[in-house]
Design a protein around this ligand. Structure first.
Ligand code: F6P
Length: 374
């Protein structure tokens, strides 16, 4: 096996705290092994456009604690990328850049989308290693992901702060937490912040049941409530309609019926934007209490990584350099049983790690009296 001498590294998908710590972890450990490191800019686009910067000791210094990514990021898909006003398959262009720069391997740091894209490059014959990064913690085969801990901390602090204002005004505050289609962030921050109601996509909710929990609190003399709602949470009614529309799309036999089913599904999904506001209005109507909405948004992704994320990113990054040296490619460096292990990218790509129904966090939330909307 030929020795790895030059690698490329990129960050893709939504940014998250700890990306720079990961770049530094891979970079420093690779330099230490005599490997040259090229940092490609703005995700997969940097590979298409051959835009890179040399990551030497100086470039890697002082970035451990900084949020975002020094390389920039993007959500481009190599097989469907907009170039010069046209959408084109750029995987061959990426492979050409890889060859032109005499890369021996490519390290992609990202979440669900990045893993699907990285897998396409594996199938093209490129030597790829990935690191799991997403504030959503929804990647398969790893217990945790870079950025999750920091985001959970930020969302927890926000929920803490919402308590005093909700209490002072005797209000319901509905706080929307990110997480895409999984509820890890809302559940983790909701438990840590002591939210009274936590709504996650994995448990479709019944608004009557939430209102009843809030009314019970009121009856016991607590006139405020904090509802932590994952951005992907849906009511049981909407979940049913979405599932039926999805099924119709899957079963459609002709292009015409497929198109109609797809637009019906898109309409339902579009209705989901603003769901938190709808929920807040419904709770006002059902409880007679005043409600307010707080969308935590991108604050959850910004700023310095927590100590836990810095440590995680450094462990994953340095293990990645070891795997590069050993020539073990086509793998994501995961955390399993608390240790770093390589798992096939093909088994991560296209999968989502949802909260399992028997997850201990759910059990603990219920035991402290949190309403989960069901
Ligand atoms: O995947 C991370 C995430 O922050 C999700 O929680 C959220 O749904 C999404 O990215 C937002 O994406 P964008 O940055 O493209 O608006």
């Amino acid at each position: 096996m030929a020795k790895v001498k030059r690698i490329g590294i990129l960050t893709a998908g939504g940014d998250s705290p700890g990306l720079n710590a990961a770049i530094r972890g891979v970079g420093k450990a690779a330099l230490d092994r005599g490997i040259r490191v090229l940092g490609f800019k703005d995700g997969f686009r940097g590979l298409v456009e051959n835009q890179w910067t040399q990551l030497d000791k100086t470039a890697l210094a002082g970035i451990l604690t900084i949020g975002g990514t020094i390389l920039g990021t993007g959500r481009d898909k190599p097989h469907r990328m907009e170039v010069g006003g046209e959408v084109r398959d750029m995987t061959d262009a990426i492979a050409a850049t890889y060859q032109r720069n005499r890369l021996d391997a490519l390290v992609c740091i990202g979440g669900g989308g990045t893993h699907k894209n990285a897998y396409r490059l594996v199938q093209k014959g490129l030597n790829v290693i990935t690191l799991p990064k997403t504030i959503d913690n929804d990647l398969a085969l790893t217990e945790t992901t870079i950025g999750f801990d920091t985001s959970m901390g930020i969302a927890t602090e926000a929920i803490d702060r919402l308590h005093s204002t909700a209490h002072s005004h005797h209000r319901i505050i509905v706080a929307e937490v990110m997480g895409h289609r999984a509820g890890w962030l809302a559940l983790g921050a909701g438990i840590a912040g002591g939210a009274d109601v936590i709504l996650v996509p994995e448990i479709p909710y019944d608004v009557e049941c939430i209102a009843a929990a809030i009314r019970r609190r009121y009856a016991f003399g607590t006139s405020f409530s904090i509802v932590a709602v994952a951005e992907g949470a849906v009511s049981a009614k909407d979940a049913k309609a979405l599932a039926a529309a999805g099924e119709r799309k899957r079963k459609a036999r002709t292009e015409d019926t497929r198109q109609r089913a797809a637009s019906a599904l898109a309409r339902l999904e579009a209705r989901h934007t603003g769901n938190t506001w709808r929920l807040s209005r419904e709770l006002e109507e059902l409880t007679g209490l005043e409600a307010r909405v707080t969308i935590l948004g991108y604050v959850q992704r910004g700023g310095a990584p927590s100590a836990t994320d810095r440590l995680l990113a450094t462990r994953l990054g340095t293990r990645c350099a070891e795997l590069l040296e050993q020539g073990e490619f086509g793998v994501m460096v995961a955390i399993q049983g608390g240790t770093t292990v390589p798992v096939p990218i093909g088994e991560v790509a296209g999968k989502v790690k949802y909260i399992p129904a028997d997850h201990p966090w759910l059990a603990s939330a219920r035991r402290v009296g949190t309403c989960l909307g069901d």
